[in-house]
Design a binder for this molecule. Structure first.
Ligand code: XLS
Ligand code: NI
Ligand code: NI
Length: 621
C-alpha cells in the first residue's frame, strides 16, 4: 500500500458545497404550503438544482412507460450499463441481464488526474482509497463504490457517491438529474415477467400463485378482500441491501445512481408496473422514500408534489389506491432526539409540518389510512429524559393530527404502529398494550387504531398472534404490516412471512375480527441482502401472498371442523351457568362467592388440553 495521504484529502467543505441558488419552484397550490422551520441546516451534499417542473394537478403530465418501443442504440460508451434500456420483446431471464453501475461515470476531473484501477481510486498517482480508510466514511466508502477497471471517475463524484450511501440519500436534497444520462426509460421495467396468475398448488412455476386466488371465496369473502395486500415502496423500491457492515448489493436496472426527482418518477412507474403485474391494488409510502428531500421545506414539498402527481395519474389508470401513507420522521439527522418527542421545539414543529404535508398527499392519493411509526419517539437514557413531558408532547402531536385530518376532510384511519426498540433503546409505543394504554390515558382511543407488525411483535417478546388479539379485543386492530423476524436474529429483519403456522394464527385473529378493512396486509418486508435478481422481488411477494392465503384456508378448515372452537368453549363452560353469568355481569360480590365456596368445597380443575389444541391446529396445516 502507498503511504497515507490524509493531507491530500480535500477538506469536507469542498465536497459538501453549500447551496448557492435558491429554489424558484412555484408554491404548491394543492397542498397547503408551509413556511420554513426556524432551523433547517442542510446536512448532506446539496447537489440540488433549480427545477421548473410543473405542479399537479393542473399541469403535471406524467408519462407512463410506453409498452413497446423499438430499441435505440445507446449513446453511452461500451461497458456502461447506465441509461435507457430498450423495450424487450423476447423475455430475457433477469439473471442474464447486465446490472446497472451505481457510480456516475461521465464526470471529468479537470486539471488533476483521477482514475479507478481495480478497487482503488488513483488521484495524482496516489491511491486515495487508502486514505479514505482514515476518514469517517472509511471502510464503507471503500466497499460502497462499485468500480470498473479503467473507468474515469472524479474524486468529487466518488465522494458524492459515498455521501449518498453514508448520508442516506433520502435525507439529502434532490440531486441534479441528467448529469450523466439524459435519456428516459423506455419499455417495461420488468419485461421478462408477465402478469402473475393463479396456477394452483401443483404448479412449479415460481412466477405464479399456488394458493392465492384473488377471486376465490373463503368464509364469505373473496381472498383479495380478506387481505387487501399492499406493496411497501420503501423496501421494494428503495431497499438496497446495504447493512451496517456492507454496501448495497442490489442494483436495479432502472436506477441511474442519482437522487433526483426524475429518478423518483421513474421508480414510481416501476412501482405501478410491479403492483399491476402482481395483481395488488394498494401500496404504502413514506414522503421521503417516494420523493427526494429539498434544500428547503418548500423544495421538499415541491418534489413530493411532483411525484405524487405522477402517482395519482398512474393510480387512476390502474385503479390503484394508497393503503397508507406516512411521514418519514426518523432518517434525517434533525430527528435524532425524536420528532414529536424531541427536546427541540423546532423539530416538533418540523415534524408536524411534515405530517401535515404527508397526510395531504395520502388524502390526495385516496389513502385509506395514515400511519405513525415512532422510530425515534423514545429514549436512549432516562437520565437526560423527561419522559412525562415527552409523552405529553406526543399526545398533543396526535391531537393536532386528528384535528388536521378533520380539517382537510381526510376520512382515513389514523394508525399507530407499535415497536419496542430499534432505533431507540426504548420506544414509547412499545407494544399493542402499551400503545392502547397511551391512547386511553390521553382520550385518543376513538381516533386511532393500531398497525401491528409481526416482526415488531416478536421484538417486544410477544407473538404476532398475541399482538393482533390484544388489538382486536380492544377494537383497535387496524392494519397488519405482514413480515416476520428471524428467531436467531435479534432485530427487525423484515423478512417476508413464509411460516404457514404463523400465517394461520394471524388469520385466526383476522377472521375473528371479520377482516381488517379499511386496513390491509402491507408487505413491510424486504429481500435478503443476498437476493439480488429483479425476479426475486416478485417471488418474495408471491410467497408472502401464498403463505397468507394458506393461513386463511387453514382457518376456514378449522372453522368448518369446529373442534378448536369446541375445545375453547368447553374450557370455559363452568362460566356458562347461572352463577357464571352473575360473575360476568359484575353481580357476584366476594361475600356471595365465599358462601358458594363453602357450599361447593374444593373446585374441580380440568385439563387445558394444549397438546390437543396443537394437534387440531396441525391437522389443518
Ligand atoms: C420500521 C417500521 C416502518 C413503518 C413505517 O420498523 O416497520 O417501516 O412501518 O414507518
Ligand atoms: Ni412497519
Ligand atoms: Ni418494522
Amino acid at each position: 500500500m502507498r503511504k497515507k495521504t490524509i493531507a491530500k484529502r480535500p477538506p469536507r467543505k469542498k465536497v459538501y458545497k453549500l447551496p448557492t441558488k435558491p429554489s424558484t419552484r412555484s408554491q404548491d397550490r394543492t397542498f397547503t404550503p408551509s413556511s420554513s422551520p426556524p432551523t433547517s441546516p442542510p446536512r448532506c451534499d446539496p447537489m440540488a438544482q433549480t427545477k421548473n417542473t410543473p405542479r399537479y394537478p393542473a399541469s403535471a403530465k406524467p408519462t407512463p412507460p410506453p409498452k413497446t418501443t423499438p430499441s435505440k442504440p445507446s449513446s453511452l460508451k461500451p461497458g456502461s450499463s447506465k441509461g435507457k434500456r430498450p423495450a424487450v420483446e423476447e423475455p430475457v431471464p433477469e439473471t442474464a441481464k447486465p446490472k446497472s453501475m451505481s457510480v456516475p461515470v461521465c464526470s471529468q476531473s479537470g486539471s488533476v488526474h483521477f482514475y479507478v484501477k481495480g478497487r482503488d481510486i488513483i488521484l495524482n498517482n496516489e491511491t486515495i482509497s487508502d486514505s479514505l480508510k482514515y476518514t469517517d466514511v472509511g471502510l464503507y466508502a471503500y466497499t460502497s463504490v462499485k468500480w470498473d477497471e479503467g473507468v474515469g471517475i472524479s474524486y468529487h463524484d466518488a465522494l458524492a457517491h459515498i455521501c449518498e450511501h453514508i448520508g442516506q440519500s433520502q435525507t439529502c436534497p434532490a440531486e441534479n438529474a441528467n448529469k450523466c444520462d439524459d435519456s428516459e426509460w423506455e419499455g417495461e421495467f420488468f419485461p421478462a415477467i408477465n402478469k402473475i396468475k393463479y396456477e394452483g398448488p401443483s404448479s412449479k412455476n415460481p412466477l405464479s400463485f399456488k394458493w392465492y386466488n384473488a377471486e376465490e371465496e373463503i368464509l364469505g369473502k373473496k381472498m383479495k378482500d380478506w387481505f387487501r395486500f399492499s406493496v411497501a415502496f420503501w423496501h421494494t423500491f428503495r431497499g438496497t441491501g446495504a447493512d451496517p457492515f456492507g454496501a448495497p448489493t442490489k442494483h436495479w436496472p432502472w436506477e441511474d445512481g442519482t437522487n433526483s426527482v426524475k429518478m423518483a418518477k421513474r421508480r414510481m412507474r416501476a412501482n405501478f408496473e410491479f403492483i399491476n403485474k402482481l395483481g395488488i391494488d394498494l401500496w404504502c409510502f413514506h414522503d421521503r422514500d417516494i420523493a427526494p428531500d429539498g434544500e428547503s421545506l418548500e423544495e421538499a414539498n415541491a418534489n413530493l408534489d411532483e411525484v405524487v402527481a405522477l402517482a395519482k395519474e398512474l393510480q387512476t389508470q390502474g385503479k390503484k389506491k394508497v393503503l397508507w401513507g406516512t411521514a418519514q420522521l426518523f432518517m434525517h439527522p434533525r430527528y435524532m432526539h425524536g420528532a414529536a418527542t424531541s427536546s427541540e421545539l423546532g423539530v416538533y414543529a418540523y415534524a408536524a409540518t411534515q405530517v401535515k404535508k404527508a397526510m395531504e398527499a395520502t388524502h390526495y392519493l385516496g389513502g385509506e389510512n395514515f400511519v405513525f411509526w415512532g422510530g425515534r419517539e423514545g429514549y436512549q437514557s432516562l437520565l437526560n429524559t423527561d419522559m412525562e413531558r415527552e409523552l405529553n408532547h406526543l399526545a398533543r402531536f396526535f391531537e393536532a393530527a386528528v384535528a388536521y385530518k378533520k380539517k382537510i376532510g381526510f376520512n382515513g384511519t389514523l394508525l399507530i404502529e407499535p415497536k419496542p426498540q430499534e432505533p431507540t433503546k426504548h420506544q414509547y409505543d412499545w407494544d399493542a398494550a402499551t400503545t392502547s394504554n397511551f391512547l386511553r390515558k390521553y382520550g385518543l382511543i376513538g381516533e386511532f387504531k393500531l398497525n401491528i407488525e409481526c416482526n415488531h411483535a416478536t421484538l417486544s417478546g410477544h407473538s404476532c398472534h398475541h399482538e393482533l388479539e390484544t388489538a382486536r379485543i380492544s377494537g383497535l386492530l387496524g392494519n397488519i404490516d405482514a413480515n416476520t423476524g428471524d428467531p436467531q436474529v435479534g432485530w427487525d429483519t423484515d423478512q417476508f412471512l413464509v411460516d404457514i403456522q404463523e400465517a394461520t394464527m394471524i388469520m385466526l385473529s383476522v377472521v375473528r375480527n371479520g377482516g381488517i378493512a379499511p386496513g390491509g396486509f402491507n408487505f413491510d418486508a424486504k429481500l435478503r441482502r443476498e437476493s439480488t435478481d429483479v425476479e426475486d422481488l416478485f417471488i418474495a411477494h408471491i410467497i408472502g401472498m401464498d403463505t397468507m392465503a394458506r393461513g386463511l384456508k387453514n382457518v376456514a378448515k378449522l372453522v368448518e371442523d369446529g373442534a378448536l372452537a369446541e375445545l375453547v368453549r368447553k374450557r370455559y363452560q363452568s362460566f356458562d351457568t347461572e352463577i357464571g353469568a352473575q360473575i360476568e355481569a359484575g353481580k357476584a360480590d366476594f361475600d356471595f362467592l365465599e358462601k358458594k365456596v363453602k357450599e361447593w368445597g374444593e373446585p374441580k380443575v380440568a385439563s387445558a388440553k394444549q397438546e390437543l389444541a396443537e394437534m387440531i391446529l396441525q391437522s389443518a396445516l
